[in-house]
Design a protein around this ligand. Structure first.
Ligand SMILES: C[S@@+](CC[C@H](N)C(=O)[O-])C[C@H]1O[C@@H](n2cnc3c(N)ncnc32)[C@H](O)[C@@H]1O
Length: 417
């Protein structure tokens, strides 16, 4: 039968583990292709008088066997698959003729038409291999591959698992609020979820993008009767996971920074539910950063301390050593502190921090509503009231606050919002 050169290639996944693959030529092409052959477990023999330093390193590490000489007839005797890529067209032609005769599938770098196999543009993410062939346009193949792999990674291409989907709960840190500031893994898990239980903080906009079958539950609205709100959230997580659902517990910032993430993980583990944790970008660093404040800066602050202002300094339940914090020179980052900032500023001044220490309050950082209000320790309580600052806000205390202000080093145009 006649061979039609314009017929499309037939795609197949080769299982090369333990099978001989012969690579003829040790240049850039071999260097690019070898890692995938090796990770497929192929028994690689390289035939080449010389090789690039990376290829040499693979041989030295024992990852492949290197025959340090030119190709000769018979080299493909044991091969299942061959890659021919030398600078010598005659050697390439001879090797691919041997492959044809022995019925060994052969890729040829110098003449795609003369080859019996083509290498697709490939990528792997989360257990999926993407392989793209587009005739003779390798750049287009690579572009399609990139689009699919990126889409799978960031969840914009929704391809839920059906076989090895495990029910359970993922505690996902959603970042400070800007939907672009969630991790790639977090976003993908969100796209694959059946149920999402979300806090008020975090990337709420992402919830609107979820497909209609996903049940989105507002954690603050779960009825809890006489139980604690947290117990009701734990119970809801357990109930949905036990029903075989893939559950995402979407939290603001990082799940383990004042997020009760470990309490939820422990409750789930006690109920025998598989739980995974996906870290998130904490507001404690990203919100100051988005407002132009570095939490550390060479010559200004070599330490930063993240403190909860949830409990007032004079409250017996407080676990914070305010006098010690007042004695430190570094940056203080206060979360959940808007309502108690007067008492906190008083405690810091009483403990020795100068009343003129710069303070910045950043409300709803990284969102379109972000705003920053500047003050000093002495004036912050008054200014927060006058300006009507409301939670959520991160309060930064220390000289880093003035680093990016006029006269400092920061360019205002970079500030988000
Ligand atoms: C319960 S804590 C959770 C912190 C979160 N786990 C994190 O790592 O960012 C909530 C506090 O985080 C701060 N916060 C979170 N997101 C914020 C944002 N976008 N802008 C300003 N403050 C934020 C506020 O101080 C808020 O009161």
């Amino acid at each position: 039968m006649d061979r039609k050169d314009d017929a499309p290639a037939y795609p197949v996944g080769l299982r090369l583990a333990g099978r001989r693959v012969v690579v003829v030529g040790g240049g850039q092409v071999a260097q690019r292709r070898l890692p995938a052959l090796l990770s497929a477990g192929a028994d690689v023999v390289l035939v080449a008088p010389e090789a690039t330093p990376s290829v040499e390193a693979m041989a030295e590490a024992g990852e492949l066997r290197w025959e340090r000489r030119p190709y000769r007839t018979g080299d493909l005797a044991e091969a299942w698959y061959a890659l021919v890529a030398t600078r010598d067209p005659a050697a390439n032609a001879a090797a691919s003729a041997e492959a044809e005769e022995r019925r060994v599938w052969c890729v040829r770098s110098d003449d795609a038409n003369a080859a019996s196999a083509w290498t697709p543009a490939t990528g792997r993410t989360d257990g999926v291999t993407v392989a793209v062939l587009s005739g003779r346009d390798p750049r287009r193949s690579a572009a399609v591959r990139d689009a699919v792999v990126e889409g799978l990674r960031d969840g914009s291409l929704v391809a839920p698992r059906h076989r090895d989907r495990t029910a359970g709960v993922a505690l996902v840190g959603g970042g400070p609020g800007d939907p672009d500031l969630i991790t790639v893994r977090g976003r993908r898990l969100l796209a694959e979820a059946d149920v999402v239980i979300a806090d008020r903080l975090g990337p709420r906009d992402l919830l609107d993008e979820l497909p209609p079958h996903v049940e989105v539950i507002d954690a603050a609205k779960i009825p809890y009767g006489r139980a604690m709100a947290q117990e009701a959230i734990n119970a809801a997580l357990i109930e949905h996971a036990k029903a075989g659902k893939a559950v995402v517990r979407l939290k603001g910032g990082d799940p383990f920074v004042f997020g009760r993430g470990m309490e939820e993980a422990e409750a789930l583990a006690a109920a025998g539910i598989p739980v995974s944790v996906v870290p998130g970008i904490s507001s404690s660093i990203s919100v100051p950063g988005a407002a132009g404040i570095p939490v550390t800066h060479r010559g200004v602050a070599h330490e930063f301390t993240v403190v909860s202002g949830h409990v007032a300094p004079d409250d017996a339940r407080s676990l914070v050593d305010w006098p010690a914090l007042a004695r430190m020179r570094g940056t203080l980052v206060l979360l959940m502190a808007v309502e108690r900032i007067g008492a906190i500023a008083d405690a810091l001044i009483a403990g020795g921090r100068p009343a003129g220490t710069p303070v910045a309050v950043v409300q709803e950082g990284t969102t379109a509503a972000q705003r920053r209000v500047d003050a000093t320790l002495a004036s912050v309580a008054r200014i927060v009231t006058e300006e009507g600052v409301r939670p959520p806000a991160v309060i930064v205390v220390g000289d880093v606050v003035t680093v990016g202000r006029p006269g400092g080093t920061y360019t205002e145009g970079n500030v988000h919002g």
